[in-house]
Design a binder for this molecule. Structure first.
Ligand SMILES: Nc1ncnc2c1ncn2[C@@H]1O[C@H](COP(=O)(O)OP(=O)(O)OP(=O)(O)O)[C@@H](O)[C@H]1O
Ligand SMILES: [Mg+2]
Length: 360
């Protein structure tokens, strides 16, 4: 505990030097201030609820809009996760990662304060309250794909120590006033110890985005994030959900739907119908093919996030090699690489959500 707070003071102290730079400062909020800002955590202010608790919209005395994440009731476990999230967010700064404004820890309350993202989440535009309004034209989708990839690549390759996100999904890609992607929620992230290629830990994350090896064995690694990001890319381009419910018993993973169409180069069918045919075929093809290779069931086949960024930005040689892969050739029934996923999705074989830590 002491250790945690001494680190805090350190960060805060060094930030004081940067007072001119508004974006790099963060502070501790009082509970009173956050209660005032959110109308006492009024139900009408609630933006939604996730694995950690509820998120409320609020407005500070200076008029700025905030989103306050109110963690579920106190427990030791929650304390660990709270400090993890706060410490990580306090350090990591990137144009495509959601900036932390501060936190509050008073009595039983644990609150994290972020900038409010006026365009909410990618989820709300693809499948939620904004989906009918069609704000996501193709250029915006392409920017979101590249931006989110850059944010995650930063976590994997440039943040010290490296960070695995573990919960990449459409509700965790927020959109600012310019529809720029802001990847949120590092609550599940843990530091990758030096020399370790993966960290075995609790399986968290959301069904449909989980890499099969993570769902079954609880082995988290950067390539699990790559898998989740692949699902996200397919979702972004097609407007389909990660798992479509075809009937009360049949669920279809997005990869099973997209791979045969990709092999046929049937981009008209793959593109979100809400785009009305207004998309750049070369770019759509990139997003779909990269999405599919990221979501390959074999972790060793998946690219790194740095490669994903290059591919999405249009590296011609790299993309030609990808398109040439056996995955995109031949008959659908052959080695689709997705046959295991339907097993994971079947009702009686849901992955265990809580696999006990092997390494604490
Ligand atoms: N800064 C923010 N600005 C606008 N909306 C936000 C912000 N932070 C979170 N939200 C939205 O509030 C809702 C609740 O977020 P929360 O993170 O608690 O749940 P989640 O993203 O659905 O799941 P998870 O707990 O796995 O992250 C989500 O719809 C999310 O997109
Ligand atoms: Mg979230």
């Amino acid at each position: 505990m002491m250790d945690f707070f001494s680190k805090f003071c350190c960060v805060k102290g060094s930030d004081r030097k940067n007072q001119g730079k508004k974006d790099s400062t963060w502070r501790i909020f009082s509970l009173k201030e956050l209660q005032l800002a959110t109308n006492n955590f009024n139900y009408d202010n609630k933006l939604g609820e996730g694995g950690f608790g509820s998120v409320y919209w609020g407005q500070l005395w200076d008029g700025s809009q905030i989103a306050v994440k109110r963690l579920k009731s106190w427990s030791n476990k929650a304390e660990v996760e709270f400090s993890v999230e706060v410490e990580i967010l306090a350090r990591v700064r990137h144009k495509n990662l959601l900036t932390l404004r501060g936190y509050c820890a008073e009595g039983q309350e644990r609150l994290i304060v972020y900038d409010y993202m006026t365009n909410l989440s990618l989820l709300s535009h693809l499948h939620g309250q904004h989906s009918a309004e069609c704000h996501l034209d193709w250029p915006r989708r392409m920017n979101i794909a590249v931006g989110a990839a850059e944010g995650i690549a930063y976590l994997h390759h440039y943040a010290t120590p490296h960070i695995i996100h573990r919960d990449i999904k459409a509700s965790n890609v927020l959109l600012d006033s310019d529809f720029k992607a802001q990847v949120a929620d590092f609550g599940f992230a843990k530091f990758i110890p030096d020399g370790a290629t993966h960290v075995t830990t609790r399986v968290k994350g959301t069904l449909g985005y989980l890499a099969p090896e993570y769902a079954m064995l609880g082995k988290a690694s950067e390539s699990c994030d790559v898998y989740s990001f692949g699902i996200l890319l397919l979702e972004l381009a097609s407007g389909k959900k990660p798992i479509e419910k075809l009937s009360s018993t049949i669920k279809r993973p997005i990869t099973d739907w997209a791979l045969p169409l990709a092999r046929e180069r049937n981009f008209g069918e793959l593109a979100d119908q809400r785009l009305n045919g207004n998309y750049v075929e070369e770019e759509l093809k990139r997003v779909i093919f990269v999405g599919l290779v990221c979501a390959d069931n074999r972790p060793e086949k998946r690219p790194t996030m740095l490669e994903v960024v290059e591919l999405l930005k249009g590296d011609k040689a790299k993309f030609a090699a990808l398109e040439d892969d056996e995955m995109f050739k031949g008959s659908v029934a052959a080695d689709s690489g997705t046959e295991d996923s339907s097993e994971i999705m079947s009702e009686d074989k849901e992955p265990k959500q809580e696999i006990e830590d092997v390494k604490p």
